[in-house]
Write a protein that binds this ligand. Structure first.
Ligand code: HEC
Length: 465
């Protein structure tokens, strides 16, 4: 079942007649409908979920998404509720973490910053700046005093949480760094990156200690096992290995994924560890015997985010869609539950017209054309023509758009993508992109004009089901 919207996968309407244009708009709509039904505000994410972290007591969770937001959740076996959507990043959120011992949280984003959030009054405290490329992972020390961030700028940075200042820049990796984790006592930090190495650092001095291990492929995830002597690592070639920190030797090789390992989780109390990958598989292992206990196969791969819920005894996971899903691995029901009926946003039919295809491929990951709610990383483009830039209610714009006097029309949106947002609306949060082909641009502009009308019709179809 969908953990965010509570929709049973089989409860969604089925359609027998597929008109290509209508269907693709419908696909966009259906994704947001179960979420909007609960109220006017869209609940849940408006883009792929990249990171999930359950609190240590299991009653709250943080999720980070491609839609630039972090959501703070209240979790219970009966259902989960949004406590607050935390808005403050200007790019996809790749990683989230609770800071132990105080009501703070961290998030790392494509915008190159680490956000520090106050969970008591649900506010952004500050954005820690220093990295020159995207922040791929964040972690907090067990005593809650140090924040660490890993970036594709080849550095790791340590931050003093109390003073909100940078204390060290850790240099040694070549290329992107993908994963960092503190040792259980907080004295060391372990990191893995594109250069295939796992490195060890001193968190007091910021000194490089040594390269523990070198793999032929990039290292995507590094976790510390509860014995504090071994690391659980997952790599780009799908390998899942147990690495002895002292000797730097692989002491056990687990069944590899058929694709990159994308997320992993270690639940000390339950004695379980899990991995997920680009192949859509989630595997749960016993840390005592390293036997594979459960395996789940989600046909809508990849699975980017993974966390255990102590309360419900389930795995929460997220991937390409905005839904955070639950898998009850103790039920014995494996492999079958994922045949969900939630339509895929990234499924295209080849005979759709050019404009629909342009919107689906280039825009739909960040925009819908839904009349109510429907904001993803960007605002809904429902009836965009005639609207002044930066005025859609309920969306937090950059200053560049908020104070712009552009009125959106075929001409101005045409210029936006002919010249690119960097030139036409400098300072905007919309990433750089241009559509150079005039034919494609015009098809897209025609689609945007039609979209509002189509939405009205498809809403009627929807309510008949
Ligand atoms: C990776 C995410 C992303 C993609 C892809 C994207 N946008 Fe955006 N878009 C945004 C964001 C974020 C904003 C808000 C910008 C701001 O506040 O500065 C935005 C704003 C806009 C606006 C201004 C809306 C308003 O209310 O003023 C228009 C128009 C727009 N986008 C059209 C498009 C179209 C058409 C496409 C596809 C060709 C597209 N965007 C692709 C993220 C995206």
């Amino acid at each position: 079942m969908c953990w965010i919207c509570g929709a049973k996968k089989t409860g969604l309407p089925k359609f027998s007649v597929i008109s290509s244009v209508l269907m693709s708009v419908l696909n966009l709509l259906l994704i947001s409908l179960p979420l909007t039904r609960a109220g006017a505000e869209v609940q849940g994410h408006g883009g792929p979920v990249k990171s999930i972290m359950l609190s240590s007591d299991g009653y709250t969770a943080l999720t980070g998404s491609f839609d630039y937001t972090v959501i703070y959740w209240a979790i219970s076996p009966a259902g989960s509720k949004v406590i607050k959507r935390l808005i403050g990043h200007d790019g996809a959120v790749n990683s989230v973490a609770f800071v132990p011992g105080n009501a703070l949280a961290l998030s790392g984003s494509d915008d190159g910053t680490v956000a520090l959030w106050q969970l008591g009054d649900l506010k952004l405290v500050t954005r820690l700046k220093g990295h020159s490329a995207k922040v791929s992972d964040v972690a907090a020390s067990p005593d809650g005093r140090i924040a660490a961030s890993a970036s594709w700028d080849s550095t790791i940075r340590l931050w003093d949480i109390a003073t909100k200042s940078q204390t060290a820049v850790l240099k040694g990796h070549r290329g992107n760094i993908n994963s960092i984790v503190f040792s259980s006592d907080g004295k060391f930090l372990y990191s893995g990156g594109y250069d295939g190495t796992v490195k060890m650092w001193d968190t007091t001095s910021g000194d490089f200690i040594r390269t523990i291990y070198k793999h032929g492929w990039g290292v995507n995830v590094v976790r510390v096992l509860p014995d504090n002597q071994n690391l659980f690592i997952g790599t780009l070639d799908g390998a899942v290995n147990i690495l002895d920190i002292e000797s730097g030797r692989i002491v056990r090789r687990l069944k590899p994924h058929e694709g990159p390992v994308l997320a992993s989780f270690v639940a000390a109390e339950s004695g379980l560890a899990a991995t997920s990958g680009g192949d859509g598989k989630i595997r749960v292992w016993s840390m005592k015997t390293w036997k594979l206990l459960y395996q789940y196969d989600d046909p809508y791969r990849p699975i980017w985010a993974l966390s255990f819920s102590k309360n419900t005894g389930r795995v929460l996971y997220g991937g390409l869609d905005e839904h955070v899903l639950e898998w009850d691995f103790t039920s014995g029901k494996q492999f079958n539950e994922a045949r969900r009926k939630i339509p895929r946003r990234f499924k295209f039919v080849n005979d759709e017209d050019l404009g629909t295809r342009q919107f689906a491929r280039r825009c739909s990951v960040c925009h819908t054309v839904a009349p109510d709610g429907g904001n993803r990383a960007g605002p809904s483009l429902y009836r965009i023509y005639g609207r002044r830039a930066g005025t859609r209610a309920g969306y937090v714009y950059s200053r560049a758009l908020k104070y712009s006097d552009i009125i959106w029309s075929k001409k101005t949106i045409g210029r936006l993508f002919n010249e690119g947002p960097a030139k036409y609306t400098p300072g905007s949060k919309m990433p750089l992109q241009r559509i150079q082909s005039k034919e494609e641009r015009e098809a897209l502009l025609a689609f945007l004009e039609k979209a509002g009308e189509l939405v009205k019709k498809t809403t009627t179809v929807q309510s008949e089901n």
